[in-house]
Structures are given as C-alpha cells and as structure tokens.
Design a protein around this ligand. Sequence first.
Ligand code: 13P
Ligand code: SF4
Length: 324
Amino acid sequence: MTVDNNVAVSNGDPHVEELKREINRLKKEKGAVILAHYYQKGEIQDVADYIGDSLALAQIAEKIEEPVIVLCGVHFMGETAKILCPDKTVLVPDENAGCSLADSCDAEEFGKFVSAHPDHTVISYVNTSAAVKALTDVVVTSSNARDIVETFDKDAKIIFGPDRNLGGYINSITGREMLLWDGACHVHEQFSLEKIVELKKQYPEAKLLVHPECKRVIVMLADKVGSTAALLNYAKGSDAKQFIVATESGILHQMRKECPGKEFIAAPPVDSTCGCNDCNFMKLNTLEKLRDCLRDGKPEIHVDSDVARRARRPIERMLELSKK
Ligand code: 13P
Ligand code: SF4
C-alpha cells in the first residue's frame, strides 16, 4: 500500500512533527525509501512510503529503484529485502528487532529435521532466518500459504516450518498432513480464549478477526482468518461496525485510519496487564532510531553471499507463485 506522506495523520506533538520533517529531508538526501510493517508504531507507519504485510513488503522491495531501503519491521524482513536486492543498502532502525517465531527455528536443528526426511518438500514461513530459507524449497507468508500449499499434490510429502499454528491451520483447511516444526510466536500464542468469548458477549455484533499464528481454539472462533493485510481489507469491505482484533495491536492504527466510523477492539492477552499483544521486537523501532539510521547509514543488513544465493531461490519461487 502506497502512503501519501502529505496526508499523514499528525498527532500535533511538535517533537514528533520535527522528527518527521527531518526523516523526510534525510530520505530525499540519501535516496531512501521507507517500508513499514503494519505492526510498527503509528508514527512510523505515518512517515513510511509503503506499508504492508510480509508479502507486500517483499514484493515492493523487489521493485524499488532508489539505492537505499529502510525496512521498519523485524530482522527477517530486512534480510528478505537484502536477499532480493543485493546491490542496495538495506537499513533497519534497530538491529535487535528479531522475531520469536524465527528464533524458534534454529537452522542447524532444522537442517537435521530436513535431512531426516529427504523425500519431503520443505515449505518455510517467511518468519525465518536466511539460513533456514536456504534449506527451503518454497517460502510462504500468511497471505499465500494456502494457495502455495495447494499447488502441491494432496498426498505430497511436505515439511512446514516453523509455525505450528499456521501449519496446523493450513493442514485443517486443505486436508493435508504436512509435518510441522514445533515453533510459535510469543505474541499470537498469548491471546486468551476466555477473554475473547467475554468480549464477544459484550459486543455481540462484532466480527472477530484472527491472524493464523494464533492457537487453533481462537482461529476456530474467527469470522475472518488472514494476514494483517487480509484482516484490514476485510474490515474495510465489511458492513459490520465493530471488530475484535486478535493480532499484534499495531494493525489497529491503520484499521482506524482507513475505516472511520468503525470500532476496533484489541483482543486481550491472557494477562491483560502485560501489554503482550504488542510485539516487543516490532516496537523497538522508533522515529528517533529511524532518523538516526537514515543519517548514519546503519544498522545495515548483511547476508552471507552463499546463504543469500540459496535463500533467494525459494523466495523468488514464492513471488512467482503469488503473481495474480
Ligand atoms: P503478516 O505477513 O500477516 O504481515 O504477518 C507477519 C508477522 O510477523 C505476523 O506476526
Ligand atoms: Fe515475530 Fe510474533 Fe513479532 Fe510477528 S508478532 S514479528 S511473528 S515475534
């Protein structure tokens, strides 16, 4: 999704407005384009040139002409952009912005799992390190996982990693029996079934929007299961006026911006006091760090050239299979 910076929502805070002006100035000076994921802080989404889900960010990165890409998201998103655009400088505002799901799949261990099943095709979720992608036949995101899995025969032997929830969901809707890696996201596993049921009683007309990284019991209650972009599009197109949203809370910013007059209620985690429907990794990025990384040209993403060469093939295969 392209963003018109001139109509970016202003929160009126002079410090924030000054930072945004500086970021826009530096962006032009350095020949940079800012890509942001929907889980970024609202002020980062507002200053980005493009906002999107994981698939859109990869598709956009591939087409960027400017020499510098600033990826406001987490590390694997920066790596994917670098793998697709090896000649460009790819910057991330905070190099510690990792991903618990990607971390739940160590490349060496995954390699042993793959070697133990040599007759299996390996499908990996994009939330993985470049080293895991290098062991993969085709990468998927939550936007295209179902369609890509369905390009294989129903009885094809498939390993799916690392998200057991997304893999289990795809198995359930496609009738497959893919072998699942036992990984998960610490944010999406936290949503409380009991609290969502309570919310549904409180807002009986509300539609429940659920990301497929959530546990099966939550997914089963959903009116819509999908990637961040798919949930946003559903909310935009729906006649409903209220939505309970079971994914990272950053997406609410764009939902509220694009759906005036509709109400979005963040689904609570098990412990409502912990704020853990916020991804602590995504939220490491701030406007200050975005300004600094544009100014200083770091932190920069580097991927070992051999790993990048092997990881590029399954990413390109995904992009090819996702063309409409
Ligand atoms: P999307 O591909 O739906 O944007 O999700 C990315 C992600 O990290 C979910 O936790
Ligand atoms: Fe990773 Fe979960 Fe954060 Fe998404 S929300 S980036 S899967 S830790």
